[in-house]
Design a protein around this ligand. Structure first.
Ligand code: SAM
Length: 415
């Protein structure tokens, strides 16, 4: 190869990869009310939140950072990497600006992509129309340039382009997650009303459990809260179960860099962990499902499961967190039955859990009053479209702690 040709070749490689080394805005989306927990999680991963909105936290980083974010984030839904923005007042203006972008830097010619969008303006009522306009603009660009084009469709098996068009302002991203990362991939068996994994992770984080005291989860159902707590304790990231992210369908994806970054995140000191997590449910099938899911998540050895009424859950002496997610009583007539259960939770806290922090996660604030204790914090969350609260109770050792006299002393086990 002549020196001139070699230089040309080198320049193509350098300019072709510059765009992935550039820093850009990275928007991590989440459920409403989860943004503050997500912002703290991002800080713990070494990112500085630049903007916190109702359903998203924005940081800045390189394309490589999306590998780590998708792998590690426990409370997010998606990770969007910003490409460019412009103003558009008509679908034709949208088409034109999308068409002008250098998509060949991002989507492989022989690849596959889908388009998603969020629109709020008078120009487009149906997001499907926006998706089609964007898809056509990208495909036409490839067709004009190469007489060939990538495939398109609705599957999450390739790259995903995400367009956010509110009033005249258009932001274009690559959705680097594709399928939502709210699910952490270990739940093979559900229970009645299983909680979404990223919500459970957010509740564990909000409880402030210190990984050095007890974490007790009566009414565990399919085990989501206990499993999320155990995964954090063991340093297992949710991405350890996931095989495909939409960034893998992009031209910028480098498998070797990916492996390096993920390997570095997964390297943790090998220490023997104490069994600090206790979970129980009175439904035999729920306990079986929870056990199964815990093994799937790689934390089966860290959780002590019990098949019993919540009030019989073993509560060892010493500090820690006791967290329950009882049913909310959505159907008519259920509230009356559940009132007694919520009251019994209050009694359980008073009689067996003093010295710990008690938490009840519920979507029914009327029922929550039946707990009969004064909450020290009421933290709002959304469970799907149900407004919920994580209610915190300081269970001081006071007069009622005398009730513990009948409980055997059982300090945290030593190694
Ligand atoms: C809303 S679900 C919990 C869902 C759980 N967070 C999950 O992610 O799967 C409530 C659970 O409480 C259990 N439950 C209801 N009453 C109970 C009782 N008296 N003792 C023990 N468990 C009970 C049910 O079997 C059910 O699994």
């Amino acid at each position: 190869m002549s020196p001139l040709k070699f230089m040309g070749f080198l320049m193509i490689i350098i300019f072709g990869t510059l765009h992935i080394m550039n820093r850009s805005k990275i928007v991590c989306t989440c459920a409403p009310e989860m943004q503050h927990v997500l912002a703290r999680e991002l800080e713990m991963l070494g990112f500085s939140p630049e903007q916190t909105d109702k359903k998203a936290v924005t940081v800045s980083g390189t394309f490589e950072d999306v590998y780590l974010l998708n792998h590690c984030l426990r409370t997010a839904n998606r990770v969007l990497f910003h490409l460019f923005s412009f103003n558009a007042a008509t679908p034709e203006a949208l088409y034109k600006s999308i068409h002008n972008f250098e998509w060949e830097q991002w989507i492989p010619l022989s690849g596959y992509f889908r388009v998603d969008s969020f629109t709020r303006n008078d120009y487009i009522r149906d997001t499907r129309f926006a998706n089609l306009k964007v898809k056509d603009a990208i495909v036409d660009r490839f067709q004009n340039k190469y007489k060939r084009r990538p495939d398109t469709g609705s599957a999450h098996t390739g790259a995903v382009i995400f367009v956010h068009w509110v009033l005249d302002k258009v932001q274009v991203y690559v959705d680097t997650s594709g399928e939502s990362i709210a699910r952490h991939g270990y739940r093979q068996k559900g229970g009645s009303a299983p909680m979404l994994e990223n919500l459970a992770a957010a509740l564990v984080m909000e409880s402030g459990w210190d990984h050095n005291s007890w974490f007790i989860n009566p009414m565990c159902g399919s085990g989501t809260l206990a499993i999320e707590a155990a995964m954090m304790y063991a340093g297992i990231y949710p991405g350890s179960k996931k095989r495909y992210y939409a960034y893998m369908g992009l031209k910028a994806y480098r498998e070797s860099d990916h492996q390096k970054r993920i390997k570095a995140m997964n390297q943790r000191p090998v220490t023997k962990l104490k069994k600090l997590i206790i979970a129980s449910d009175y439904d035999k099938r729920a306990i079986e499902a929870a056990r199964f899911n815990a093994v799937e998540a790689g934390v089966g050895h860290l959780i002590d499961f019990h098949h019993c009424d919540f009030s019989k859950t073993p509560v060892p002496e010493g500090p820690g967190v006791v967290i329950l997610n009882p049913e909310y009583g959505i159907r008519l007539g259920e509230e009356d039955v559940l009132k007694d259960q919520y009251k019994a939770i209050g009694d359980f806290f008073k009689q067996h859990c003093t010295g710990k922090k008690g938490y009840v996660f519920t979507g029914n604030l009327v029922l929550a009053k039946s707990v009969g204790l004064r909450s020290s914090r009421r933290i709002p969350f959304m469970n799907g479209d149900i407004e919920c609260r994580l209610l915190e109770y300081e269970l001081y050792k006071g007069k009622s702690s005398t009730d513990r006299a009948s409980q055997p002393a059982n300090p945290p086990p030593t190694e």
